[in-house]
Design a protein around this ligand. Structure first.
Ligand SMILES: [Zn+2]
Ligand SMILES: [Zn+2]
Length: 349
């Protein structure tokens, strides 16, 4: 068999088309993976529906959150063989820049994101450099492994590597969609002392409360979020994560902070954000920093946490689709259906 099915983007805003394309053949350093699960992400909506993040060429196969089984390996690949279960790092990293060498693959200078810079994993097969694959423990299902590679590892990276959350610290999560919901769960797992979930959608707030938040706030009904938190908690939070990517929500995150607190911005967008007046920003030693994606280590550690029973992601997959259902899945995600944590496509179906 040399032909496979792939979900291809031709024109942003128009439905993806399911097409027959050649199965990729591995370069010497590559592994070709038979995809069993590919999660959908807010980024896919930006690429395919809104068109406000450009793809580097069209047509392109979307998908950057995948797990499956090794189908074939290139001549110089020794660490994997046919049949191994693997997850893909969401971009093809170079493996040799100063960031890759230091284990900071999130900052790889030559990274090519699947489904954006090169063909992705909403297809029956995808080719990836061997060093960007992560073995999946036997007890972790492929759909859980897939969503870990981005939907869970992105908030984990923000909490652990960038936010440096310590046990007992208080955390605010601004925006409780897929990433924010996982941030609440992870903060709980990591020993956060008090967790505040902030979202305008009631279902998202209720879900956050069920999964570990101590307090949920609707910023539309309670615009003075920071004051409200200080009334309830006696002070602001130590760490606020922002998952929306808008100036107003970064403002909310900054306003939740205690003296010495820090904001980690994960939401991406074109918005320009303002620092607070320096008299408070400097005088109260606030920090604002970005967090982009994840390192390979984050994915490996999450696999171990799930395999070891420390982290349960059973509620994270909100819907399963065959490849032919991709446009329904994208429409459901784009509708801001707040039942959705993550949707997963099985391109083999
Ligand atoms: Zn993503
Ligand atoms: Zn690199």
């Amino acid at each position: 068999m040399t032909i496979m099915k792939a979900a291809r983007l031709h024109v942003p805003g128009e439905p993806l088309t399911i097409e027959s394309v050649p199965i990729p053949q591995p370069e010497p350093h590559e592994v070709v993976v038979q995809v069993e699960a590919c999660g959908l992400c807010g980024t896919d909506i930006h690429l395919a529906v809104d068109g406000d993040i450009p793809v580097q060429h069209t047509p392109i196969t979307l998908g950057h959150e995948a797990a499956g089984t090794v189908a074939s390996v290139g001549d110089s690949v020794t660490e994997f063989s046919t049949g191994d279960r693997v997850a893909l790092f969401p971009s093809a990293t170079c493996g040799r820049c100063r960031f890759c060498m230091a284990g900071h693959e999130s900052l790889c200078e030559n990274a090519r994101v699947y489904g954006m810079a090169q063909d992705g994993s909403l297809a029956q097969y995808v080719a990836a450099p061997s060093w960007s694959l992560i073995p999946i423990p036997e007890s972790v299902p492929s759909e859980i492994a897939a969503i870990i590679t981005d939907g869970v590892s992105t908030p984990f990276h923000a909490l652990r590597s960038r936010g440096r959350l310590s046990a007992g610290e208080s955390v605010a999560v601004v925006g409780c969609g897929g990433l924010g919901t996982h941030a609440v769960m992870l903060a709980r797992m990591m020993g956060a002392g008090f967790i505040v979930a902030i979202d305008t959608q009631e279902q998202a707030r209720d879900r956050a409360l069920e999964l570990g938040a101590d307090l949920a706030i609707d910023p539309a009904a309670e615009p003075r979020v920071g004051k409200y938190i200080r009334q309830r908690l006696g002070r602001g939070v130590d760490l606020a994560l922002e998952f929306v990517g808008r100036a107003e929500t970064v403002d909310i995150a900054v306003n939740t902070l205690d003296t010495g607190g820090r904001v980690i911005v994960v939401g991406v967008g074109a918005a320009r954000v303002q620092l607070p007046p320096l008299v408070s920003f400097v005088g109260r030693e606030h920090s604002v920093a970005g967090s982009f994606g994840m390192d390979k280590r984050d994915i490996e550690d999450l696999f171990a946490l799930v395999a070891g029973g420390r982290l349960n992601l059973d509620r994270s997959v909100s819907g399963r689709y065959a490849l032919a259902g991709i446009n329904d899945a994208l429409a459901r995600l784009a509708s801001k259906d707040t039942d959705v944590v993550r949707l997963v496509v099985n391109p083999g179906l």
